[in-house]
Design a protein around this ligand. Sequence first.
Ligand SMILES: [Zn+2]
Length: 142
Amino acid sequence: MKRGEIVIGEQPTLTSEKIQELKVAWGARNERAGEMRSQSPKFQAAMKKLSENPEWQAANAAAIVRRTTDPNWQAAIAEANKKKAQDPEWRANQATGSKKRSESPEWQAQHKAQLAKQNHERWHVKRGIVNPECELCRTEVA
Ligand SMILES: [Zn+2]
């Protein structure tokens, strides 16, 4: 056998689809395992105990401060954000993401309800007015 020759033999050929499939399956398995672990009372008790330990709290806080005040870390984050924002694919995803969100009936209903509440508080509650056309005024009177 010459150098550079590859014998595949009995092994199944891995296509990119197959690899993707395996990755998804592996990810789901890991997620499930993580979920099971984090749901176990033993794990939760251990985490609780750990998070109540002042030494751990101090160490954790110090680690966060150390990391976030590290100029290298800040530069890396800034650089990563810049790269991300320059990536046309990322930008397109962001745009379609927010478009999709604002097109969803749930989002629209929520948005409408929020605006109504803001208006109701501003124009009715603060002025002591009850507007019969305002649904929120009506429900508060009823
Ligand atoms: Zn109102």
